[in-house]
Ligand binder design. Structure first.
Ligand SMILES: *Cc1c(COP(=O)(O)O)cnc(C)c1O
Length: 370
């Protein structure tokens, strides 16, 4: 039967490996007979949404019989004001993931090329492939996006270039200088997508102001999300900033109610909540330094991080260490699917979670557990 269904499928999707979502934490605890497991696997914010945001969500519950505002009027207005754009330069997505999909569907014709860094966010090549586009993968250099090589990879067929900044899974950035040089080499027919999901954790004088390129009228789309620093991963709200004409094209294929009512209410409240973001950013920064010190003591090498996660090299089978950590109630992400056999990606948690991780990692590395 399955071969028959496959023969009916869009041939472009057949080469895509199915995404393997992790099990719910409760299910894992039941299977392994553990409790109080901590999840440091999906780069979520360890802090819940602020009281202000939770209150806004509760207020929105009472009108859930109604469809959400299909234009996201207030949220787009608030985002436009925050960044100095007009609302028609903002598009909302069901997470920024949906915006990657809208971009590809709006602009990538079958046979067009998309330049994609590797290893990076797996969603880019997956969606490009599903659309019948050609993925041009450019390897990272020293765990960083190699913008020189990415610029060289642009051909007359290149429609899109994806730049995750900070990059996932390495947590490294490309700098303002590097982006300037890169943008000077990108032709007008090529759209550059800056995916800045972790920007709040990365801020510094060396971080590029990519919204300025949108203001200058370049073919640039900037993606941001409420999933990380704003603690709203569960509600799925992201946004894109670009030229109004680009946004209008994306809106043609956007589902009218793609961002739900609770998500809109929560995101609007979160925009008023710089204190929450500051608290999270400070906590993550302190957590990164705590973990660096502990990793050094454990002899585990790591890539210095500008995000809320750290790529570590455990110097032995990451799949094995991952399994052993699971039995200690610590869920991390093995990088085996990227061909990085000894690497784990670990999300920075609360101080308590970080201590639990370090203890488990120490036990596992010192083989105190089977
Ligand atoms: C987490 C993450 C996102 C956020 O996706 P949402 O759909 O907004 O939750 C986007 N890009 C990268 C590279 C990420 O790691």
């Amino acid at each position: 039967m399955s071969t028959q269904w496959e023969s009916l499928a869009n041939e472009h999707i057949l080469g895509i490996a199915p995404y393997e979502p992790g099990k719910p934490i409760e299910e894992l605890e039941r299977e392994l007979g553990i409790h109080d497991a901590i999840k440091l696997a999906s780069n979520e914010n360890p802090l819940p949404p602020s009281d202000r945001v939770q209150k806004a969500i509760r207020a929105a519950l009472a009108v859930l019989n109604r469809y959400p505002d299909g234009s996201g009027f207030y949220l787009r207005q608030a985002l436009a004001k925050k960044h100095g754009f007009s609302p028609d330069q903002i598009v909302l997505g069901n997470g920024s993931n949906e915006l990657i999909e809208l971009l590809v569907r709006a602009f990538l014709r079958p046979g067009d090329e998309a330049v994609v860094p590797h290893p990076s966010f797996v969603v880019y090549p997956m969606i490009v492939q599903a659309a019948g586009g050609v993925r041009v993968m450019v390897m990272l250099k020293d765990h960083r996006l190699d913008l020189e090589a990415m610029a060289r990879a642009i051909t007359p067929m290149t429609k899109l270039v994806f730049i995750a900044n900070p990059n996932n899974p390495t947590a490294t950035i490309v700098t303002a200088d590097e982006v300037e040089h890169f943008m000077a080499r990108v032709p007008d027919r090529t759209i550059v997508v800056f995916d800045e999901a972790y920007i709040e954790f990365a801020m510094g004088p060396d971080f590029p102001e990519t919204l300025a390129h949108v203001k200058q009228g370049r073919r640039v789309v900037v993606l941001r999300t409420f999933s990380k620093a704003s603690s709203l991963a569960g509600l799925r709200v992201g946004y894109g900033v670009a030229d109004a004409d680009a946004i209008a094209l994306m809106n043609r294929i956007r589902q009218p109610f793609n961002v739900n009512a609770l998500g809109q209410a929560a995101a609007l409240a979160a925009l008023e909540d710089d204190a929450h973001i500051l608290e999270c950013v400070r906590m993550i920064e302190a957590g990164r330094h705590f973990l660096y010190d502990e990793f050094k003591t454990l002899g585990v090498s790591y890539v210095p991080s500008r995000a809320n996660f750290i790529l570590v090299d455990v110097g032995r089978s990451a799949a094995d260490i991952y399994q052993k950590l699971l039995h200690q109630g610590v869920i991390v992400r093995p990088m085996t699917p990227f061909g990085m056999e000894t690497a784990l990606r670990i999300t920075v948690g609360t101080p308590e979670e970080n201590r639990k991780l370090v203890k488990a990692l120490r036990d596992v590395l010192e083989k105190k557990t089977a």
